[in-house]
Write a protein that binds this ligand. Structure first.
Ligand SMILES: [Zn+2]
Length: 436
């Protein structure tokens, strides 16, 4: 009896204690329980530096809105780092403000305001809810079977993910697989938690195919261009965020590190992993960070997939569009430093007009500018690489709804905003395509 009890206690202890190989920065066990959501508006360079120090050096800090002078940064901090962070920020003269005491409680609150399927379905895609990766793939196959003359190719990119998933792409063309038309590339879902991104990508494909020949814009978009679209570039991360409210804020891919200091940690920020001034600005060298850029440019299969699909068509690729959330911005190049491409005036003018087209649909105002102007420099991004690495002359990154001030919604945009987001992005992307 006693022996059994000791054995049972030993077993319980063995389960309770972390083992050497246990996932370290994986929030799976406790989720975001007692993690604080903080904000601070830096009014001096010193305060800005302190925020950047928190972002780059404090393990597990998670910035929802990046630091920028005179703008409100919003960030999540684990309870064990809370006092350190408050010390760093107060020492800089800043006044950090607690927005929410328990981020897990926020995540456990259901995303409200779903919409009836009938009201949200205009064509094929059900826009009343966010879909699993398997359902997204099924939609691509449905597009191909329903519109065989407009969808020459639905396939899988060359590199399987760490969790052995295929990354699907779709090619839209009136000229079949051997088309030589100018092409536009759209990449969605590279950051796992930004669910509105793949949803908007699906809406765009759905509407383009359904209204070709009946709507003059759709007809022009497909008559003038081929489209290569990856609606979910990071399916491992996406499915991980779908698996539990405790994982809902995961941003990176799901690479697992097995050696050295990184042993047991997960994830590379895919939008820091491209060969565009890789590893120089806006990154953390710590594998625990949400902005860890990996061990080298293109170390990750998900970024290599985008590289390889772009390179296949780079000689006729005229625009590259990357879609993220949140904070309602159109980011122009470059992100990695304050230099600008020679056609920056043209890119800014087209982006401003695309911002106005978007605004006219549902009165959502997006800010246009470079990351250095609006946020801070960030190297290794896909849109920068499309220009400096693949020679594309026009590239932008969207940050979709909600506005940066809406931290209570943030990455958890209610599903009843999928359709209006799709509608406003349709007008915006169409303007870029027809005027870039
Ligand atoms: Zn993002």
């Amino acid at each position: 009896m006693k022996g059994t009890l000791i054995f049972a206690v030993a077993l319980a202890v063995a389960y309770a204690l972390p083992t050497e190989n246990q996932e370290k920065n994986d929030p799976e066990r406790s989720g975001y329980r007692n993690h604080k959501l903080l904000s601070m508006t830096p009014t001096t360079k010193q305060q800005l530096k302190a925020l950047e120090q928190v972002e780059n050096d404090i393990e597990g800090s998670d910035f929802w809105i990046d630091p920028l002078l005179h703008h409100q940064a919003v960030f999540r901090i684990s309870p064990d780092k809370f006092n350190d962070v408050m010390g760093i920020l107060k020492n800089s003269g800043g006044h950090p403000n607690v927005l929410h005491e328990d981020v897990q409680e926020m995540m456990d609150t259901p995303e409200m305001q779903t919409q009836s399927r009938a009201a949200a379905t205009q064509y094929i895609v059900d826009n009343s809810q966010y879909h699993s990766y398997a359902t997204i793939q099924n939609y691509l196959n449905t597009f191909k079977s329903n519109y065989p003359s407009l969808v020459p190719d639905v396939g899988v990119a060359p590199h399987k993910t760490h969790d052995n998933r295929d990354v699907s792409y779709i090619t839209l063309s009136t000229n079949g697989v051997s088309s030589t038309k100018q092409a536009i590339f759209i990449e969605c879902g590279i950051h796992a938690r930004e669910w509105i991104s793949p949803a908007v990508c699906l809406y765009f494909i759905d509407r383009l195919l359904a209204t070709y020949n009946s709507d003059s814009t759709a007809t022009a978009l497909l008559n003038q261009f081929d489209w290569v679209i990856i609606p979910e570039a990071n399916p491992d991360g996406y499915e991980y965020t779908r698996s539990s409210t405790s994982n809902r804020l995961w941003r990176k891919n799901r690479r697992r590190f097995t050696t050295g200091n990184c042993n047991g940690y997960y994830g590379v920020d895919l939008n820091r992993n491209f060969d565009a001034m890789w590893g120089t600005t806006g990154v953390s060298s710590s594998c625990t960070s949400d902005t860890y850029p990996g061990t080298g440019a293109f170390s990750e299969p998900e970024s290599r997939n985008i590289r390889d699909k772009v390179n296949e068509i780079k000689d006729r690729l005229s625009a590259f569009i990357s879609i993220h959330s949140y904070s309602q911005m159109i980011l122009t190049p470059y992100g990695f430093d304050s230099s600008k491409p020679s056609n920056t005036g043209h890119i800014t003018a087209v982006s401003n007009a695309a911002r106005d087209k978007l605004y006219n649909v549902h009165n959502k105002y997006f800010t246009v500018g470079t990351p250095g102007e609006l946020l801070y420099h960030a190297s290794g991004g896909s849109y920068d690489w499309s220009m400096v690495g693949a020679g594309v002359s026009f590239a932008v990154t969207y940050e979709l709804r909600p506005a940066g001030s809406d931290w209570a919604t943030g990455f958890r945009l209610p599903a009843n905003q999928i359709l209006p987001s799709g509608e406003e992005m349709w007008e915006s992307i169409s303007h870029i395509a027809l005027n870039h």
